[in-house]
Design a protein around this ligand. Structure first.
Ligand code: IPE
Ligand code: IPE
Ligand code: MG
Ligand code: MG
Ligand code: MG
Length: 274
């Protein structure tokens, strides 16, 4: 009998991600670079949300775990590229030197490419065309959002609030939209409310990250604080301030929680929202 998905501990996700990466017989330096960022301590929110959503729709455990790993691999790839000198130029990630500092910019670019590719490959284990389409579309939206972020930072004019929210929806919201909708996609049900809740959650999450960038210490965030101003990043905080941004983010809670049922996903999201 097939086992149903459960929300697993971070250790099991990490172990499976390592096994997946090691199954490709890669050049040792490339494997080491990819595993470095992947295994550093992060919150593992995306795989946890995938597993919670899978549990709500009785998805097979093995498939759910593979797709959970795929989301964290896509995330880690995006972090490696995000930190590159030509993008955010960040020397720290998850409390440690960022990938390009440790392995060089050339290898770091390849490690990011590799993680994106292995993530897509792993997602095909779902054997569900709608899931594979949604997951690969996620990377398209993420890359588009990251590019908007890059171009906004280069521009002399500060973009409007609407443009900033659109950029957040892509760079951060898309992966959460996938995580929230995974279970419903596997069950062949309408995934739209879940995806919409995930996009809003991403916006909430990015606003909090931007506030932390301005107000937290290195020890709290494991990355260089006050980097957004230094890099001329377009953030909501910069146009409406910390207090108004907090209010805006808090106001998203109701909408997020109203669209995701009241099972495991609801419980997991509520815990994160605090
Ligand atoms: C960091 O994401 C990048 C953003 C989308 C703000 P997380 O805050 O989830 O990073 P980790 O995975 O815990 O390191
Ligand atoms: C989110 O934006 C990055 C990705 C979606 C990869 P940030 O650039 O603010 O993320 P951090 O602060 O470097 O983690
Ligand atoms: Mg960035
Ligand atoms: Mg960054
Ligand atoms: Mg940030």
């Amino acid at each position: 009998m097939k086992r149903k998905a459960k929300v697993k501990a971070t250790k099991e996700i990490d172990l499976m991600m390592e096994q997946i990466v090691k199954s490709f017989n890669l050049s040792p330096q490339l494997e080491e670079a990819a595993l470095y960022t992947l295994k550093l301590p992060g919150k593992r929110l995306r795989p946890k949300l995938v597993l919670a959503s899978a549990q709500d729709f009785d998805v097979d455990e093995e498939i759910a775990m593979k797709v959970a790993c795929a989301t964290e691999m896509m995330h880690a790839g995006s972090l490696i590229h995000d930190d590159l000198p030509s993008i955010d130029n960040d020397s720290y990630r998850r409390g440690m030197p960022s990938n390009h500092v440790k392995f060089g910019e050339d290898v770091a670019i390849m490690a990011g490419d590799l993680l994106f590719s292995i993530a897509g490959y792993t997602c095909t284990e779902s054997k569900n065309n709608n899931v594979i389409k949604a997951f690969t579309r996620t990377l398209i939206e993420l890359v588009n959002g990251e590019t908007m972020d890059i171009l906004m930072a280069k521009s002399k004019e500060m973009p409007s609030k609407e443009e900033i929210l659109k950029m957040y929806r892509g760079k951060t919201g898309s992966l959460f939209a996938f995580a929230f909708s995974f279970g419903s996609l596997m069950a062949g049900q309408d995934a739209t409310p879940y995806a919409e809740a995930g996009y809003s959650f991403g916006i909430y999450f990015q606003i909090l990250d931007d506030i932390m960038d301005l107000t937290a210490t290195f020890e709290q965030i494991g990355k260089t604080p006050r980097k957004d101003i230094e890099e001329n990043k377009a953030t909501l905080v910069r146009i409406i301030g910390v207090e108004e941004s907090k209010k805006f983010a808090d106001n998203l809670h109701g909408e997020i929680l109203s669209k995701i049922g009241n099972g495991h996903l609801y419980k997991t999201v509520k815990e994160i929202l605090g």
